[in-house]
Design a protein around this ligand. Structure first.
Ligand SMILES: [Zn+2]
Length: 168
């Protein structure tokens, strides 16, 4: 399903998400704030390991995701393995995923469309991608993503003509 356009999609997604000026500044402020508060503990288990921007350690983040989606903490290790098997990348945008910071668990076939609520039907995606995908089928979402990217390209071309000095 993800064809030769993936490099283009990845490039554009990175431009949209990573180079967004406002979000980049907010993100940098958050990183600086987190560095200014060293040895922050996980607010759930109080461990001092791998605390991310949501103040949770990785294990507690995985356990919470498992509980939120499956009603039990039992699948947290499976979710950890899944993230590694995806090379910590969003399959739609190629964006690097950082657990607890920009990750979201997507139902490949939405539950509202009869998709099963099990490990085989979920994958880690970028949180904004999941918001865009919502309850759409994967096929419809990919079609919309293509249209969205075409609109972005058109918009950028127009913007570049109006403000050539800002062209990247
Ligand atoms: Zn913890």
């Amino acid at each position: 399903m993800l064809d030769g356009n993936i490099a283009l999609k990845k490039n554009i997604a990175i431009q949209i998400f990573a180079n967004d000026y406002y979000r980049a500044i907010v993100f940098k402020i958050k990183v600086v704030m987190s560095l200014l508060k060293p040895s922050r503990n996980c607010h759930k288990c109080k461990s001092r390991f791998a605390v991310n921007l949501s103040n949770c350690c990785e294990i507690c983040t995985l356990k919470r995701t498992s509980t939120d989606n499956f009603g039990t903490v039992d699948y947290w290790q499976d979710l950890a393995k899944m993230l590694l098997s995806q090379e910590q990348k969003c399959p739609y945008s190629g964006i690097s995923l950082k657990l607890g910071t920009n990750t979201s668990l997507d139902h490949k076939i939405p539950k509202s469309k009869g998709g099963a609520n099990d490990l085989a039907n979920v994958q880690w995606v970028h949180v904004w991608i999941n918001l865009m995908k919502a309850a759409k089928s994967e096929q419809l979402f990919l079609e919309e993503l293509d249209e969205f990217i075409l609109e972005i390209i058109k918009f950028r071309n127009i913007a570049d003509q109006i403000y050539p000095s800002l062209a990247v």
